[in-house]
Design a protein around this ligand. Sequence first.
Ligand code: ZN
Length: 92
Amino acid sequence: MAIYQYRCGECGTFDVSRPMGTAAAVESCAGCGGEASRVFSAPHLARTPAPIARALQAQEASRDEPRVVERAPSRPSAAPPADPRHALLPRP
Ligand SMILES: [Zn+2]
């Protein structure tokens, strides 16, 4: 099955699931019953690794509804420097 996107002049865009290659140029809108024309968009290929996809979704979700926190998140403990000379460098 493939997901095809259609746009209704009244209700906006909606998705329709059909077997691949069977999408009609015009589909009836589920909201108002009017004609909706097909919108050609980029295919939804899942090539992004799952952890990155989750991070991107969380980032996108926080754009409209940011998570409210009580305090700043704790910093992870700094790993010891690999080179002992790095310990002599000034710290911010
Ligand atoms: Zn409609």
